[in-house]
Design a protein around this ligand. Structure first.
Ligand code: MRU
Length: 345
């Protein structure tokens, strides 16, 4: 991939500052858990799998200089770092999945000394990165079978290299199809209010040399009506056991439009995005963002001071509008209650 979105380098979490794209490609380096928390919160690092990776590496950063003398004292620090990082953003389950995994790893190695425990936690975080890379490749391959030569895909938000350790989830499907020699075009919704589609998806597809056309969010119906779209593929932040899928606000609109226009709508997400403890999407916690992102986005005031704003960052697309969920273990089809459980193993 042209970019390394998030990695562990020389004792620090190194990440692209995605708030600066597409005009500047700037890297941030943090060895402090509070700074990693703030980077997740302000969306310097974003996208469900990348948030999970940031959480795992953030725990390593938080305890690497610990001078705890025994397991109990060290584990208290691991728990403190993980619980703090868990308060950064509530919707992407990958964060909680990764933090739980880090805590469990510490508990499972409680007989090791503190120096060894630090090493074991770093290895676990790096394993999460590696598994995500592998999952992206497998998701891409599984999903590419859905695309024909000459197809045009509509996507929403950014579910590409900038959201993962490798080449994405929804965009992985496109990259893999192109690798197979297919000619694929993409329409990218700009994705108000933070413009992940315009700033990130359009940028990363351009870097990869893939034909991309940017549209305003309110153009999606028109391009479908004009017959320009063969398939919609988006990512997800959390998928309930019945297949209801939370993703960037506006995804539900796109799914409804796709339904009305007879365009198949797919989600691409790794198994770490499944939350089989939830029976439906009604139970998914939805993050609300501050009003200034809507009224004064990127420093320009576009609404009157003091106006009331409601800004949920995600919505939930009911499973009934989802043709399939592309994972690294295969494509789940309705009824999702059975198929997701089977793919999750
Ligand atoms: O608020 P963001 O930018 O973190 O939202 C990201 C999305 O909604 C993505 O589509 C989702 O996390 C999947 S990323 C592979």
């Amino acid at each position: 991939m042209p970019v390394s979105t998030i990695e562990w380098k020389d004792g620090k979490v190194r990440m692209i500052d995605q708030t600066k794209l597409p005009t500047e490609l700037v890297y941030l380096e943090y060895d402090d858990v509070k700074e990693v928390w703030a980077a997740i919160k302000r969306l310097s690092v974003r996208g469900a799998p990348a948030i999970g990776i940031a959480g795992a590496l953030g725990v390593v950063a938080g305890v690497q200089n610990s001078d705890a003398k025994d397991f109990e004292a060290f584990y208290a620090e691991v728990e403190k770092a993980a619980d703090y990082l868990a308060t950064s953003r509530p919707t992407a389950v990958n964060l909680f999945w990764a933090l739980d995994r880090m805590k469990r790893t510490a508990l499972e190695n409680r007989t090791d000394d503190v120096a060894r425990l630090k090493q074991v936690l770093l290895e676990e975080a790096l394993a999460i990165v590696e598994e995500d890379r592998e999952a992206c490749r497998r998701m891409g391959k599984n999903g590419a079978a859905l695309l024909k030569d000459g197809d045009t895909v509509l996507t929403h938000c950014n579910a590409g290299a900038l959201a993962t350790a490798d080449y994405g989830t929804a965009l992985a499907v496109i990259y893999a199809a192109v690798e197979e020699g297919k000619s694929i075009s993409v329409y990218a919704d700009e994705t108000r209010p933070l413009l992940q589609g315009a700033r990130l998806t359009a940028w990363e597809l351009q870097q990869a040399g893939i034909d991309v056309t940017l549209i305003c969010d309110n153009t999606a119906a028109q391009v479908m009506k004009e017959g320009r779209i063969d398939i919609v593929i988006t990512g997800a932040d959390r998928i309930a056991s019945n297949g209801d899928s939370a993703n960037k606000i506006g995804t539900y609109n796109v799914a409804l439009l796709a339904h009305i226009h007879g365009v198949p709508f797919y989600i691409a997400a790794p198994i770490s995005t499944l939350d089989l403890s939830l029976s439906s999407g009604d139970e998914i916690p939805i993050e609300e963002r501050g009003p200034e992102e809507v009224t004064c986005g990127f420093g320009t005031r576009t609404a009157p001071e003091g106006v009331k704003v409601y800004s949920p960052a995600f919505d939930v697309t009911p499973a009934t509008y989802i043709h399939g969920i592309i994972t690294e273990n295969g494509i789940a089809r309705p009824p999702y209650g059975e198929s997701l459980k089977k793919l999750a193993g």
